[in-house]
Write a protein that binds this ligand. Structure first.
Ligand SMILES: CC(C)(COP(=O)(O)OP(=O)(O)OC[C@H]1O[C@@H](n2cnc3c(N)ncnc32)[C@H](O)[C@@H]1OP(=O)(O)O)[C@@H](O)C(=O)NCCC(=O)NCCS
Length: 242
């Protein structure tokens, strides 16, 4: 029997996005391998492969099946294409997974029978200015009132919280993150309001995750709060018993 994932618990694996040895790539299914080949950028390919290998190792543990035989479904709620939230259907319920990559870090979250969304973002500017159009009017005012040196990290905190929610609902950036208002960056994580939210209006539970000074990360769950267990994981060590 595989290990039990306690109902009411969400396990989050944190790992580095370094390249994995070729034998671990063989854990991916044909569609994942084709997607990896089509990613032109080496760093993006490494992040994708590592994220999926880790998701397979984590799901395999609780689905009681070898990692190569884990079957992910990932139906997009907007177009039903295979690029939405990850699920694994088992005889003992549904395992919900969420993967996030940023720069050198990867997070994979898993929960049983409760939908989750995770997001990690490096504290770095992508263009030449903070894209405040992703913030609601309330959030923009909070950001503008902060001393300039604190604004980037505060924006990234906002962004990670919003994207975690939009990943949990399965909408992603099809919906505008500016429609969500989350609590101020220094306050405990909470969804305060959501304009134009499409049904179903299931309750959203939000938590910040501990990922060091250079990153910000958040986890959202739908319907109920979960007790979160965060763990640093070395992909090679995890795969060593295979
Ligand atoms: C979800 C989304 C915000 C993630 O952005 P990102 O920069 O790739 O960020 P992350 O690294 O944090 O997340 C990647 C993971 O998000 C997950 N993901 C993708 N779409 C998702 C969705 N709609 N809901 C939840 N999770 C989703 C995938 O599992 C992906 O992991 P993978 O690369 O192993 O497949 C972005 O991909 C998105 O908005 N997708 C939907 C938008 C869209 O245009 N969909 C088509 C409409 S029909």
């Amino acid at each position: 029997m595989g290990e039990r994932l306690v109902s009411g618990e969400c396990l989050v694996w944190r790992c580095p996005a370094g390249p994995l040895p070729a034998p671990l790539h063989a854990l991916l299914d044909d569609a994942e391998q084709a997607r990896a080949r089509n990613l032109g950028h080496d760093a993006a390919r490494t992040r994708f492969v590592t994220g999926r290998v880790m998701a397979r190792l984590l799901a395999a543990r609780y689905a009681d099946t070898p990692p190569r035989q884990v079957v992910f479904t990932s139906t997009c709620r907007h177009c039903t294409g295979p690029h939405g939230r990850l699920e694994v259907h088992t005889g003992a319920g549904v395992l919900h997974l969420s993967v996030s990559h940023s720069a050198e870090r990867i997070l994979v979250a898993i929960a049983r029978d409760t939908v989750c969304g995770v997001d990690i973002e490096r504290v770095a500017l992508r263009g030449d200015r903070i894209p405040v159009s992703a913030l609601s009017p309330v959030e923009r005012r909070v950001l503008a009132d902060l001393p300039q040196p604190r604004r980037l990290a505060a924006f990234i905190r906002y962004w990670a919280r919003k994207e975690a929610i939009l990943k949990a609902t399965g909408d992603g950036l099809v919906l505008s993150p500016a429609d969500l208002t989350v609590s101020a960056p220094d306050a405990s994580a909470r969804l305060l309001s959501w304009e134009n939210r499409p049904p179903p209006h299931v309750s959203v539970h939000l938590s910040d995750l501990a990922v060091g000074d250079d990153y910000r990360a958040a986890l959202a769950t739908l319907g109920r709060p979960l007790s979160i267990v965060e763990r640093d994981v070395d992909p090679l060590a995890e795969a060593s018993h295979l």
